[in-house]
Design a protein around this ligand. Structure first.
Ligand code: A2P
Length: 272
C-alpha cells in the first residue's frame, strides 16, 4: 500500500514524501508544486529549513484539498519559557498550514535530541508538541534523530508514548539496524531522510548494475529499497525531472537477492 497507518492514531501517512531540506525559500514553492503535480502527497519541512511558509503556499495553491496532503514540520529549539516554546511551535503550524483557525500539520517532530538544556530541553519541546496534539493542531507527533536512549528517556515525562514517528538518516550504507528494530518493536513509524545518501552514492557500481538490470535509475533503486524495508522514504530534489523520477517507484520491485546485496552495503562506506 502507498500509505501506512500511524500506530495509536487513525492517521494515514504516505510512504513516499518530498524532502525540502536545503531547498532555498525562493525555490521551494515551485519545487513543491512540481512534487504535488508528480503525485507526491507528503511534504517534509522544518523550522530550521526556513521554507515552511513556501510549503504552506504550495499546498494551498495546488488546488488539492488540505486533507489529501500530509505536511510535516519540526522544531529543535526552545523559547525562554515553556509558553514561548509552545508559541514557536504554533508559529510553525501557522507557517506550514496557514493561519485559519484550526489549521493543522499532519506531523510535528522534535528535530534533534540536542535541544538546549539537554533532557530539560527535549522535555520542554515535547510537551509543547503534546499540547498541539491535544489541540488538534498536529495530528501526530514524533521525534527525529533520536536514539533508543532518548526515546526511553521520554517515558519519564511523556503522556504520549511511544512517539508516533522517529525520522532518521537511512540508506544502504547507514542502516542503523538496532534503532530501526527497536522502533519497529514499539510500533514507531520509521522515516528515512537522505535515502539517496545526499546524492553521494548514485555512482555506486553495485547500485548502478542493479538499476540497469531493472531499467530504473540508481535513485529509484535506493528509494525502492527504503520502501521495501518498511520505511517512509523522503528523497529531496529541486529538479522537476528528478522529482518526477523519484516518485515513479511503484511499478517495480527489488527481489530478495537485490535486497540482500543492498543490505550487505551497510557500513561499507567509511563516511557512514
Ligand atoms: P537535485 O536536488 O539537484 O536533484 P537525499 O534525498 O538523499 O538527501 O539526496 C538529495 C540529493 O540527491 C540532492 O543533491 C539531489 O539533487 C540529488 N538527487 C535527487 N534525486 C536524484 C535523482 N533522481 N538522480 C540524481 N540525483 C538526484
Amino acid at each position: 500500500s502507498s500509505t501506512a497507518t500511524i500506530t495509536g492514531t487513525n492517521v494515514q501517512i504516505p510512504r513516499l514524501g518530498f524532502g525540502v531540506w536545503q531547498i532555498a525559500a525562493a525555490n521551494c514553492a515551485a519545487a513543491c508544486a512540481h512534487a504535488l503535480n508528480a503525485g507526491y502527497r507528503h511534504i517534509d519541512t522544518a523550522r530550521l529549513y526556513r521554507n515552511e511558509e513556501q510549503v504552506g503556499t504550495a499546498v494551498r495553491e495546488s488546488g488539492l484539498s488540505r486533507a489529501d496532503v500530509f505536511v510535516t514540520t519540526k522544531q529543535g529549539v526552545r523559547g525562554d519559557t515553556p509558553e514561548l516554546t509552545y508559541q514557536l511551535a504554533l508559529e510553525s503550524v501557522e507557517k506550514a498550514a496557514g493561519t485559519a483557525p484550526g489549521a493543522y500539520v499532519d506531523l510535528f517532530l522534535v528535530h534533534i535530541p540536542d535541544v538546549r538544556g539537554g533532557a530539560d530541553g527535549r522535555k520542554e519541546v515535547w510537551l509543547a508538541l503534546e499540547r498541539l496534539f491535544r489541540e488538534g493542531r498536529a495530528r501526530a507527533i514524533g521525534v527525529s534523530n533520536y536514539g533508543v536512549q532518548h526515546i526511553e528517556e521520554m517515558k519519564t515525562y511523556a503522556s504520549v508514548w511511544p512517539p508516533h514517528v522517529n525520522q532518521i538518516e537511512l540508506h544502504p550504507w547507514w542502516q542503523q539496524r538496532e534503532l530501526v528494530a527497536y522502533c519497529e518493536e514499539q510500533g514507531i513509524v520509521v522515516q528515512a531522510y537522505s535515502p539517496l545518501a545526499t546524492g553521494t552514492k548514485l555512482n555506486d557500481p553495485v547500485v548502478g548494475e542493479m538499476a540497469r538490470s531493472l531499467s530504473k535509475s540508481p535513485a529509484q533503486v535506493l528509494i525502492r529499497y527504503g520502501l521495501q524495508r518498511g520505511w517512509v522514504v523522503l528523497p529531496k530534489s529541486e529538479n522537476p525531472e528528478r522529482i518526477r523520477q523519484n516518485a515513479d517507484v511503484f511499478d517495480f520491485e527489488l527481489g530478495q537477492d537485490d535486497l540482500r546485496v543492498l543490505d550487505g552495503l551497510d557500513g561499507l562506506d567509511g563516511q557512514y
